[in-house]
Ligand binder design. Structure first.
Ligand code: SF4
Length: 251
């Protein structure tokens, strides 16, 4: 893979991964085999996002509390079962908490926002800036309220680098597509937390890309150890490679 190809397409998740550990990011860019991992929590997150998207496509523009509760509960139960998650008690508790917090948030939003239904739902967006294709998925966007919502189905108690990067890349892409964004909200569906991202500058993203470009140009991708190693599918390759042992193919 050439230097140009490595930096041709960037997502917020990829960028955060690259900053957390350039070596891990490089391995994933080369699509090298990874260790299998437990995907049940990721599946639960996908099921909740899918149910929310279906809900917005089904619900009317002026529902009442009862509509919100009934329609969302019915859709979530069906989608959840289709993912085969019913037998996992921990995940079922997660589903119930997410359902309650989503419904409460929606009832509150119904009374306070200009428009109930979003203009974009699970929108896969991309745009080209400075020879880089930025890609992201916007969970929901309201044009009149100039607001993006991102649903978090995992634990979230504060905004981290991951949310800042995600929020700012979504904003950059939407603005490049001539859409206004004045508010970015992250909604913790597990605990009901509603966090609005403070204003940050686009340089937050472009400075990190410049750092990544330096690694690519030097063809040097340092390992940075941290809590992210726990979920890293490259951990075996990483440890063996550090000892000079090649696995599958040398990187
Ligand atoms: S195990 Fe840790 S240091 Fe090694 S590649 Fe993965 S994230 Fe990077």
């Amino acid at each position: 893979m050439t230097q140009r190809q490595l930096l041709s397409r960037l997502s917020p998740t990829g960028l955060v991964g690259a900053i957390n550990c350039p070596y891990g990011w490089y391995c994933s860019q080369l699509r090298l085999p990874m260790l299998p991992s437990d995907t049940s929590y990721a599946d639960a997150g996908s099921a909740i996002h899918k149910a929310i998207a279906e809900y917005y496509h089904s619900i009317g523009s002026s529902p009442n509390r009862n509509n919100i509760q009934t329609v969302f509960t019915t859709i979530l139960d069906r989608v959840w079962a289709s993912f085969g998650l019913d037998s996992n008690k921990n995940l079922t508790n997660r589903k119930l908490a997410c359902r309650t917090n989503f419904i409460n948030f929606e009832i509150h939003r119904l009374q306070t926002w200009k428009r109930y239904r979003p203009d974009m739902v699970e929108a896969k967006l991309e745009t080209n800036i400075q020879d880089i294709t930025f890609v992201t998925v916007v969970d929901a966007y309201w044009e009149q309220d100039e607001t993006i919502i991102d649903w978090k189905s995992g634990n979230m108690s504060m905004l981290s680098e991951s949310e800042y990067m995600q929020g700012q890349v979504m904003k950059i892409i939407l603005q490049n597509l001539h859409k206004k964004v004045s508010k970015i909200m992250f909604i913790g569906l597990l605990n009901g937390l509603r966090l609005e991202m403070p204003h940050i500058d686009d340089s937050y993203v472009f400075e990190r890309i410049a750092r990544l470009r330096e690694f690519v140009e030097a063809n040097h991708f340092p390992r940075i150890r941290g809590s992210h190693c726990y979920w890293c599918g490259n951990v075996l390759r990483c440890e063996l490679n550090e000892k000079g042992v090649g696995l599958w193919s040398e990187v």
